[in-house]
Write a protein that binds this ligand. Structure first.
Ligand SMILES: [Zn+2]
Ligand SMILES: [Zn+2]
Ligand SMILES: [Zn+2]
Ligand SMILES: [Zn+2]
Length: 305
């Protein structure tokens, strides 16, 4: 921990040179006016951490953003927690009133902090108030588990999620860019909403999730198959895929671009970005009895040049 006095001194100095520092960063030159670089980068980072802690809400430990509140005794609190504690200071129990801590808001403005996902590979540094916005779109931010059957709260990078799908969801893994998959369900007429086991394909050194679901599209019961790419959208766009389902000389063909798993399976489903099969047709494709769903979906993934 930096002693309070020195942390405070560093704050004032870095605040007074805020714009110089920002300018200096742009052209990548060190500048003699930057106070915190005087005795080496380490100390600058160290004192920033001290201020960083001042900006942590004592209740939820999140970084505070304007309006930052304080009680008459100077204890600070984020605006979400102010509501949660019913306006009673959690430190001294005084009524919080409606006092803003403009000084701390100003200090925050002068800070530059590394992206939260630094440990995942992001080396960018941001002014305090643009950090959150960056993090919402940071390409290193963790992905949500793409498994659709249940709400799963696991997040991580792609290798972590591939291992998680295999180990925890017992998902089928296939190598290769063509596939031939059977979806079976007895009593399909009773099913309004269903999700089949996810299948993961390994090809071009990347992973793709094949989803198959039953749901109501307006009044019509339908099945839908679609592919999601385990990576960001700009990479997903480099691939295409096709799906086919049919029988008795008829078939439906879908060609599309896999969606990034940044888009939830529900979002993709609701946008109908995949092969949609009306239930009647699906049962027709399933065979003569129409009692059981027995669909064979074939497909292929390729890379666009
Ligand atoms: Zn809080
Ligand atoms: Zn207080
Ligand atoms: Zn980042
Ligand atoms: Zn999961």
């Amino acid at each position: 921990m930096a002693p309070g006095g020195s942390a405070c001194k560093e704050v004032l100095e870095s605040y007074s040179t805020d714009y110089d520092v920002a300018m200096a960063k742009l052209d990548n030159n060190s500048t003699p006016t930057r106070a915190t670089t005087g005795s080496g980068g380490k100390q600058g980072i160290y004192s920033t951490n001290g201020v960083h802690e001042l900006l942590e809400c004592p209740v939820c430990t999140c970084l505070m953003y304007p309006p930052i509140h304080q009680c008459p005794n100077g204890h600070t609190l984020c605006s979400n927690c102010k509501i949660r504690v019913l306006n009673c200071c959690p430190t001294c129990r005084y009524d919080l009133g409606n006092i803003r801590c403009l000084a701390l808001e100003k200090v925050a403005e002068s800070l530059e902090l590394p992206c939260t996902y630094q440990s995942l590979g992001c080396n960018d540094i941001f002014p305090y108030y643009s950090k959150l916005k960056h993090e919402q779109h940071c390409r290193f931010r963790p992905y949500n588990c793409p498994y659709a059957g249940s709400e799963c709260s696991v997040t991580g990078d792609i290798p972590t999620l591939v291992a998680h799908l295999k180990d925890d969801h017992k998902v089928d893994m296939h190598d290769g860019c063509t596939f031939n998959h059977r979806y079976v369900k007895s009593n399909p007429h009773e099913v309004e909403n269903a999700t089949w086991m996810l299948t993961v394909f390994n090809c071009f050194g990347r992973q793709f999730c094949l989803h198959f679901e039953a749901f109501q599209l307006g009044m019509a019961p339908v099945y839908m198959a679609f592919l999601r790419f385990m990576g960001d959208e700009n990479e997903a766009k480099k691939f295409s895929y096709s799906l086919e389902v049919g029988a008795n000389g008829r078939k439906l063909i879908w060609q599309g671009i896999p969606r990034s798993i940044r888009d939830s399976h529900k979002k993709v489903r609701d946008s109908q970005d995949g092969l949609i099969i009306q239930r009647n047709l699906a049962l027709y494709f399933s065979g003569a009895e129409r009692e059981e769903l027995k669909l064979r979906v074939t497909g292929r993934i390729w890379k666009e040049e």
